[in-house]
Design a protein around this ligand. Structure first.
Ligand SMILES: Cc1cc2nc3c(=O)[nH]c(=O)nc-3n(C[C@H](O)[C@H](O)[C@H](O)COP(=O)(O)OP(=O)(O)OC[C@H]3O[C@@H](n4cnc5c(N)ncnc54)[C@H](O)[C@@H]3O)c2cc1C
Length: 440
C-alpha cells in the first residue's frame, strides 16, 4: 500500500523538527518527517556552537532572532522539554572606530525593531566581563544580555517529541532518493508561485488520510473563503506528487526541504535550483581551564573574527578561516589548531596555557547562500515544494522563527512574523539580495 502524507519534511535536524512542530501546533498532523540517518542531529545541528543572538545587521535577521529568543526563553513551558537557554550575552569588541560605528548603527536598527537591551560598552566595561582580555587596542563594544546559548540537540528533540505527540510520524534510516512531479500546465498562483490553499493541497492531491484539524485548515479556507492575496492564473511548471525513499513511495502534495547543507541536492531531485553551498566550520574545545571566569558572554574579537565562550569546565574556541573553500568536508583539519590558538593567545594571552586535544575538536558544515540569509518559502516553479534552507550559520538560533514561518506559508499562504518576500527564492532572480555583515 502506498503511504500518504499531507506534508513530507525531508531532514529531521533542528529546522525540520521545528517545521514539524509548528505544523502540528496549527492542526496539520498528517506529516511525515524523513531522515536518512539512524539518529537525529547527525547533520549541522549536532555540530553547532549553540549561539543565539539578536545583534544582527539586517531587519529580517533581527526580527527572526527576536521571535526566536523569546521562544527559547519560554521553550521549556511551551514545548515541555528543556532548551537549556543561557542568557549569558554576546559581547562584540571593536578595535577601531569603523567597527564601533558599525556596532552603533546596528544597535539603532536593533532598538527600532524592539531589541531594547543592547548596550554600547566601554573598554573598562569589557574588562569587567573578562579581565584577562588584551584590551590595549579595544575602543569599545556592544553587549546584549539576552543573547546567549541553547542546547541544539535538546531543542531539536523537544520540537520533534512534541510534534510526534500530536501525531507527526518520523522515519529514520530512510534516505529520500527521488521527488516525483507532474506537469501543471495552468495553475492558480500568487506572486507567480503557488497558492498553497488552492494548488498545493487540492483535494485531488491529498491522500485518503489527509486530516487538517486546526484553526487554519485548508478545507475551512477553501469552503469559507477568500485567499490572502488575489489569485491569478499563471503557468507554474510542475507540481509535487510523491517522494521516493529507501522504504518505498510516499504520495504527498507538499514537500519541505529541510536538508541543511544537502539542500541543493534535495532541491535538484525535484528539478529545482537552490543556491546553497556547504562550507566547513571547525570548533576547538580546550581541556578544563580555570584562568577565565566561570560565567562570561560569547566574546567576539572583531579584528579577527575569533570568538569564544565557556563550555563546561573548558573554553570553546571558534574562528572562521577565510581560506576555507566550499565542499562537503567534514573531517577536522589538525592544522587548524595552530591557526586558531594564534588568534586566541593574541586576544586572551592566558590561553597559551590551555591544553587542546585535537581529537576532541570537530568540523561541521555551514549552509551558505550568496547573501548569507536563509531562503524560506515556496519554490518558484515546482508547486508544493517549500524551502527552509541556507541559514549561513544561524539555523539553530532561527529555528523557532523559520519553523513558524514555513508552517504559516504552507497553511495560510502568508505569515505575520516577517515580510516573507524578503527571504523568498525570487530575491536572487529579481536582484533583491540582502547583505548580512554580522556573520560569525
Ligand atoms: C561548527 C558549526 C557551528 C555552528 N554554530 C552555530 C551557532 O552558534 N548558532 C546557530 O544558530 N547556528 C550555528 N551553526 C549552524 C547550524 O548548526 C545550522 O544552521 C543548523 O543546524 C541547520 O539545521 P538543519 O536542520 O537545517 O540542518 P541539519 O541539522 O544538517 O539537518 C539536515 C538533515 O537532513 C538530512 N538529509 C539530507 N539529505 C537527506 C535525504 N536525501 N534524505 C533524508 N534525509 C536527508 C540529514 O541527514 C540531516 O539530518 C553552526 C554550524 C556549524 C557547522
Amino acid at each position: 500500500m502506498t503511504e500518504t502524507a499531507d506534508v513530507v519534511i525531508i531532514g529531521s535536524g533542528i529546522v525540520g523538527s521545528s517545521v514539524a512542530y509548528h505544523l502540528a501546533e496549527q492542526g496539520c498532523t498528517n506529516v511525515l518527517v524523513i531522515e536518512r540517518e539512524a539518529h537525529q542531529g547527525k547533520g549541522s545541528t549536532g555540530k553547532s556552537m549553540g549561539g543565539v543572538r539578536a545583534q544582527f545587521a539586517t531587519d529580517v535577521n533581527i526580527q527572526m532572532s527576536r521571535y526566536s529568543i523569546d521562544f527559547f526563553s519560554n521553550f521549556d513551558e511551551i514545548v515541555g522539554h528543556p532548551a537549556d537557554y543561557r542568557a549569558h550575552g554576546y559581547l562584540f569588541c571593536a578595535t577601531d572606530d569603523r567597527q564601533l560605528d558599525y556596532l552603533k548603527s546596528n544597535r539603532a536598527r536593533q532598538l527600532a525593531l524592539g531589541v531594547k537591551n543592547v548596550e554600547l560598552v566601554s573598554r573598562d566595561d569589557i574588562l569587567k566581563f573578562v579581565p584577562q582580555l588584551r584590551a590595549d587596542d579595544i575602543v569599545g563594544g556592544a553587549f546584549c544580555p539576552t543573547d546567549g546559548f541553547v542546547d541544539p540537540h535538546s531543542v531539536m528533540m523537544g520540537f520533534m517529541l512534541k510534534a510526534r505527540e500530536r501525531g507527526v510520524r518520523l522515519w529514520l534510516d530512510t534516505p529520500v532518493t527521488g521527488i516525483e512531479t507532474e506537469p501543471l500546465s495552468t495553475g492558480t498562483a500568487n506572486n507567480g508561485t503557488v497558492n498553497p490553499g488552492t494548488a498545493g493541497v487540492s483535494p485531488a492531491n491529498r491522500g485518503p488520510e489527509a486530516s487538517f484539524t486546526g484553526p487554519n485548515t485548508v478545507s475551512k479556507r477553501r469552503a469559507g473563503g477568500t485567499p490572502a492575496v488575489p489569485v491569478i492564473a499563471v503557468p507554474v511548471g510542475r507540481r509535487i506528487t510523491a517522494v521516493m525513499t529507501a522504504r518505498g513511495r510516499v504520495s504527498t502534495p507538499i514537500v519541505v526541504n529541510a536538508a541543511g547543507p544537502w539542500a541543493a541536492q534535495v532541491a535538484r531531485l525535484a528539478g529545482a535550483e537552490l543556491p546553497v553551498e556547504p562550507l566547513r566550520r571547525q570548533l576547538v574545545p580546550t581541556e578544563s581551564f580555570n584562568q577565565l571566569p566561570q560565567r562570561f558572554p560569547m566574546v567576539i574579537d572583531m579584528s579577527t573574527g575569533f570568538h569564544f565562550r565557556r563550555e563546561g569546565k573548558g573554553i570553546l574556541l571558534a574562528w572562521n578561516d577565510p581560506e576555507e573553500t566550499v565542499g562537503f568536508k567534514t573531517e577536522f583539519d589538525p592544522k587548524f589548531v595552530e591557526k586558531i590558538l594564534t588568534r586566541a593567545a593574541n586576544r586572551v594571552p592566558c590561553l597559551v596555557d590551555a591544553e587542546v586535544n585535537p581529537r576532541r575538536a570537530w568540523a561541521g558544515l555551514y549552509e551558505m547562500t550568496p547573501d548569507h540569509h536563509a531562503i524560506i518559502g515556496p519554490a518558484a516553479n515546482v508547486a508544493g515544494l517549500y524551502f527552509v534552507n541556507g541559514f549561513s550559520g544561524h539555523g539553530v538560533m532561527h529555528s523557532p522563527a523559520s519553523g513558524r514561518i514555513t508552517a504559516d506559508l504552507i497553511l495560510n499562504g502568508h505569515s505575520d512574523l516577517i515580510d516573507t518576500r524578503t527571504l523568498s527564492i525570487e530575491r536572487f532572480s529579481e536582484g533583491r539580495l540582502l547583505e548580512e555583515t554580522a556573520v560569525l
